[in-house]
Write a protein that binds this ligand. Sequence first.
Ligand code: KIV
Length: 271
Amino acid sequence: MADTATGKRVTLRDIARLKRDGEKLVVVTAYDVLFARVVDDAGVDIVLVGDSVGNVVAGLDSTLPVKLDQMIYHGAAVRRGLKRAFLVVDMPFLTYQASIERAILNCGRVLQETGADAVKVEGGSAQMVETVAVLTRTGIPVMAHLGFTPQSVRTLGMRIQGREEGSADRLVSEARALEHAGAFALVLELLPSNVARQITSAVSIPTIGIGAGPDCDGQVLVLPDLLGLNDGFAPKFLKRYANLAATARDAVAKYAAEVRSGEYPDAEHSN
Ligand code: KIV
């Protein structure tokens, strides 16, 4: 865990140090101020405002329709809830791929308008490596993302990556290129454990796994999934640490029953 004794914000240096010291990085997503406060109080190191907001908040079947203004809205809300954790905001589809100039302007806008510490982009093509290099030189810290990259779901399909002949070697060289370009961390999504292990030992920046086994330098989960708010989603890698959907359903059902019976509001809850 990044040092909290001084109450200081987690920095890029803290994140690099955790890997050097062999300590695990804890990352979760958040999309609003209330859950931002909860995860910050719980002591996570990095909060990611994922474009998974499209799935878990808006009920979309992919992240493709998510817009830059929506990421900025949610990013700024989460910023207001954080005192300590490092804040990363996902760049949505088509806001950084078309040209490096658009990437600089859009990523810069996210930092300016949300107060985020960094942005996240997907992919390891030569063009993406160049984009990461230019963003980093411009002063925009970048988290990269390899393996299953949800913005490519139409071409990749939602399935474990890295199993085809030669793909582990390709992923290792993309990871090295992204590190060399200046990425400060690397999300590895839906990869066999042995491939994630190979990548993790090939780079000196932290790898953060989701469905990529135990050997990454840290783990990330989508908050509503880990809290058990998203009943219908149950991939093998997901561990639910609570069942908030059931708790919330019970609470609302009790409220409804009390309103209908006239039990609520009672004298104690009336002026
Ligand atoms: O959008 C997101 O929540 C993500 C995580 C799954 C890493 O990219």
